[in-house]
Design a protein around this ligand. Structure first.
Ligand code: ADP
Ligand code: MG
Length: 252
């Protein structure tokens, strides 16, 4: 479970400070996906970095399974916006990276990596380097790395944004397939309404200046291809889009 309570974050801006998150509270129950959606600059990445333990300077509380965030004792799977692959490492070494940093490489790791690669359709590419892969393939490598680690929580920062629409939808299914087998507690940041509706059992809508939570919705439309094609899904998408737009215009 991820608990964020009254989180405020400011960045230094010359002699002053710039408040980018103000009094953000949310809870991601164990074994669920929470989609965080909001306009560019509302502090989504900042929020994720705080939960990942990468930003320490903040007010409020952040707890993972009841304890303060500690990336050393906790396994936090963090997928940054640009996939986070190391260009000088092979696909296999990139996938094993999280486990090797934690000295958790065993004979089982390679067996599991092979299975993951097969499931993800990147089997046979293990000796290549990231630059020799398409965007979709790089994204699959990044997913394989996150899932091989068996993290306590998974944090994904606009994971599918750099992909074309068709590949993006494909990758959402690939993610969902893997996720449904593990139910890792996940926070997924996106600016795509359909992605939030398809993947998030809970949707947190944020507005900007400063970044704050505008609405938290339970979403019964997530996780199924059939529902994704339904008129209800379409209508919810339109509604959410209008709310995000209205929230943005109020800020301007
Ligand atoms: P989002 O991911 O929603 O686009 P970010 O969390 O990246 O938003 O950024 C929120 C605000 O904080 C933006 O105005 C951005 O310019 C600012 N910001 C982000 N990172 C830093 C930083 N390291 N130093 C100063 N300002 C930052
Ligand atoms: Mg961002």
């Amino acid at each position: 479970m991820i608990e964020v309570a009254h989180l405020s974050v400011s960045y230094p801006a010359g002699p002053k400070t710039n408040t980018v998150l103000h009094d953000v509270s949310l809870t991601v129950p164990q074994g669920t996906v929470c989609a965080v959606i909001g306009p560019s600059g509302c502090g989504k990445s900042t929020l994720l970095k705080v939960v990942a333990g990468l930003i320490h300077d903040y007010d409020g509380q952040v707890r993972i399974n009841g304890a303060s965030v500690n990336p050393r004792s906790m396994k936090i799977g963090f997928m940054p916006q640009n996939y986070g692959l190391l260009p000088w490492k092979s696909v296999a070494d990139n996938i094993r990276l999280g486990c090797s940093i934690r000295h958790e490489l065993t004979a089982d790791t390679d067996r599991e990596m092979e299975q993951l690669c097969e499931r993800l359709g990147i089997h046979g590419l293990e000796h290549r380097y990231p630059r020799e892969l398409s965007g979709g393939q790089q994204q699959r490598v990044s997913l394989a790395r996150a899932f091989l680690l068996h993290p306590d929580i998974l944090l994904m920062d606009e994971p599918f944004s750099a992909l074309d629409a068709i590949t993006r939808e494909e990758m959402q299914d690939v993610f969902l397939n893997l996720w449904q087998a593990s139910n890792i507690t996940t926070m997924l940041v996106t600016h795509y309404v359909e992605e939030a509706l398809y993947l998030g059992q809970q949707i947190v809508r944020m507005s900007s200046q400063p970044g704050a939570v505008s609405e938290i919705m339970d979403n019964s439309l997530s996780g199924s291809r059939e529902r994704r094609g339904s008129p209800e899904f379409f209508a919810m998408g339109q509604q959410l889009r209008l709310k995000i737009k209205a929230g943005r215009e109020q800020d301007e």
